[in-house]
Design a protein around this ligand. Structure first.
Ligand SMILES: Nc1ncnc2c1ncn2[C@@H]1O[C@H](COP(=O)(O)OP(=O)(O)OP(=O)(O)O)[C@@H](O)[C@H]1O
Length: 253
C-alpha cells in the first residue's frame, strides 16, 4: 500500500483516512477478519453488524491494540500497531466495557494516565486532566474511587480520559450500552461537538443518525459500505429476516 497522498496521512477536517487491504486476523484457528478491504475518509463512520461479525476486533485493529495476521492496514497514513507513538497521540478507543479500560483507583489518576503516557510531566498532566474534568462539569469527581462509580459514570471517566489526550479519531465500541437516558444524552452531546473523526460501533440505528457513512460487517468481511440511507434499510431488513429464524448465534465458522 503506497503513501503517496499526503492529505491521507492525517485526520483532516473532512475525516480520517482508513485503508485496509486484504486484512486477515486469525484467532485460535478461526478467521475473525477475512480478507477485509476498504477505503474510507469521513468524519462520522458508523459500524453495524450482527453479534460476532468482527466489529470489536476491527476496533482493536484500527487502534493498534492487535496486529493483523495478513494484509495491510493504515489509519491516517500509519500502521497503528507498528507506530504506537502515533496511535497513542491520534487514536482513542472507548471500550464496550469500561472495566477493561480503567486501571487506576481514582478518577483523576485515570484521566491523568494517558497524558503521562504522552510524555507530559506530572504537574502539566494533572492540570490538563483537571481542566477536562471541569469542562465536563465533573471537577468534584477527581478523588472519587472508580470502583464506586456506576457503569454510566465509568463510561464517562473513560471518555474524559480519551478526550484529555486530544485524539484526532475516537473509536467507540457500543459506548451507550447499559446507559440511562440522561447519561447517554450527555455523552452524545459531547460526541456531537467533537471536532475530530468518530468511528462508532452500535446496534442501535438511532445512535448513528446523521452519520456520513455506514460500514456493515458480516463474518469479518464488508457486507456494505455506503450512504446510511441505502445501507441501514438493507441491514435492518436482513436482521429482521434472520430474527425470524432460530439462528441466534453464528458459531459455525
Ligand atoms: N480472543 C478471542 N479468542 C477467541 N475468539 C475470539 C477472540 N476475539 C474475538 N473472537 C471471535 O471473533 C468473532 C468476532 O468477535 P467480535 O467481538 O469482534 O464481534 P462483534 O461484532 O464485536 O460482536 P458483538 O456485537 O457481540 O460485540 C467472534 O466469533 C468471537 O468469538
Amino acid at each position: 500500500m503506497s503513501n503517496t497522498n499526503s492529505a491521507a496521512k492525517e485526520c483532516t477536517e473532512t475525516g480520517c483516512a482508513i485503508r485496509l487491504d486484504q486484512v486477515c486476523l486469525e484467532v485460535e484457528g478461526k478467521q475473525v477478519i477475512n480478507q477485509l478491504s476498504l477505503q474510507t475518509n469521513v468524519r462520522r463512520l458508523g459500524v453495524i453488524g450482527r453479534n460476532g461479525s468482527g466489529k470489536s476486533t476491527l476496533s482493536r485493529l484500527l487502534s493498534g491494540l492487535i496486529d493483523t495476521t495478513a494484509g495491510e492496514l493504515e489509519v491516517a497514513g500509519f500502521n497503528p500497531f507498528k507506530d504506537r507513538r502515533a496511535a497513542l497521540r491520534q487514536i482513542g478507543l472507548l471500550f464496550q466495557n469500561p472495566e477493561h479500560q480503567i486501571i487506576f483507583p481514582t478518577v483523576l489518576e485515570e484521566v491523568t494516565f494517558g497524558l503521562r503516557q504522552l510524555g507530559q510531566d506530572k504537574t502539566l498532566a494533572t492540570n490538563n486532566a483537571l481542566q477536562v474534568l471541569a469542562a465536563f462539569g465533573k471537577s468534584h469527581w477527581q478523588d472519587a474511587h472508580c470502583s464506586a462509580l456506576s457503569q454510566g459514570q465509568k463510561h464517562l471517566v473513560c471518555l474524559m480520559a480519551i478526550v484529555a489526550m486530544q485524539p484526532n479519531l475516537i473509536i467507540l465500541d457500543e459506548p451507550f450500552a447499559g446507559l440511562d437516558i440522561p447519561t447517554k444524552r450527555q455523552l452524545q452531546r459531547y460526541l456531537d461537538s467533537f471536532a475530530g473523526s468518530l468511528i462508532h460501533i452500535s446496534h442501535d440505528p438511532d445512535d448513528l443518525h446523521g452519520y456520513d457513512q455506514l460500514l456493515w460487517l458480516e463474518a469479518g468481511q464488508v457486507a456494505a459500505l455506503g450512504e446510511p440511507d441505502e445501507v441501514m434499510p438493507r441491514y435492518l431488513a436482513a436482521m429482521h429476516e434472520l430474527g425470524e429464524s432460530d439462528d441466534i448465534s453464528d458459531l459455525s465458522r
